[in-house]
Design a protein. Structure first.
Length: 279
């Protein structure tokens, strides 16, 4: 008996959805204005302490630096560390934005944070040094979010089992990858001693593992739909002010393929009713 279980196939989605849906594959993360120099108006992270080594310069808040090439934000300046992903590799910073900037331990502006004053140079503290996942410029309120992107390592594959013991190309495999790469959680089909299996079983497995589950979504949650043959799961990238949610997913608009869409909380085939709060 095979351990993995399949999740809902894209073929079960209504034809109208297939016709109307378009795949929103994200553009490369690197913006043209990022030139590997710490210019006025930018927030800069350095590979080494003392504002040494390669620098990665930013003009805005980043909710997830990304963990792997080619989709991650990288150190772009000359010196040690050039080309490496910024996530979990920064040792110091220089804030030239004119506003306070907070560096966070987790993606989505979560976990421990270190505030760096406008104009200040700082070494990242013991909690944040080489453990940085996001930063936010200014002190405004934000629910956080994650970039919509198809960074799934098994894109184009619809058979075989991934290293996390889910079938490649299925919604479960993609979401397991998103949880591992974006949240930094070592998720698998046996996470916390539970068999997660089909998408429709994920909320039950989460409850059995003592993981919070509710009907209120947050960025970074796993969204669960229990209806259909196998159910469906997606990764919540953003919760909008009007209550709608944006999700990254596989095997919904097209079989074994990525899509990003906006939906709402509910029990319809296009909605999600339950949200697993892994972070």
């Amino acid at each position: 008996m095979r351990t993995p279980f399949r999740s809902a196939l894209g073929a079960t989605v209504a034809t109208g959805l297939l016709a109307a849906g378009t795949l929103a594959v994200s553009a490369p993360a690197q913006a043209a204005v990022r030139d590997g120099a710490c210019n006025a108006g930018e927030f800069c992270l350095y590979f080494n302490s003392g504002q040494q080594g390669s620098v990665s310069d930013f003009t805005g808040s980043i909710s997830d630096y990304g963990a792997t090439q080619p989709s991650c934000y990288e150190f772009r300046g000359t010196g040690t560390g050039k080309g490496k992903c910024v996530k979990n590799n920064a040792a110091s910073a220089w804030n030239r934005t004119g506003k306070p900037v907070t560096v966070f331990f987790n993606s989505g502006y979560g976990g421990a944070g270190q505030k760096i004053a406008a104009g200040a140079k700082a070494k990242l503290n013991a909690t944040l040094k080489n453990e940085n996942a996001s930063h936010r410029i200014g002190g405004g309120t934000s629910t956080g979010g994650y970039p919509a992107r198809d960074d799934y390592p098994y894109k184009g594959q619809g058979s075989g089992v991934d290293p996390w013991n889910f079938y490649k190309g299925q919604c479960t495999s993609f979401v397991a990858w998103a949880v591992r790469s974006r949240l930094g959680i070592d998720f698998s089909n046996s996470y916390k001693g539970q068999h997660w299996g089909n998408a429709e079983h994920w909320d039950q497995a989460a409850r059995a593992a003592g993981i919070p589950v509710s009907g209120t979504p947050r960025a970074g949650d796993v969204a669960v739909r229990n209806g259909g043959t196998y159910g469906h799961v997606a990764f919540v990238t953003k919760v909008n002010a009007n209550g709608s949610i944006e999700v990254d997913e596989y095997n919904y608009l097209q079989r074994d393929a990525y899509s990003h869409r906006t939906t709402t909380v509910g029990s319809a085939n296009s909605q999600f009713s339950t949200f697993i709060h892994l972070k």
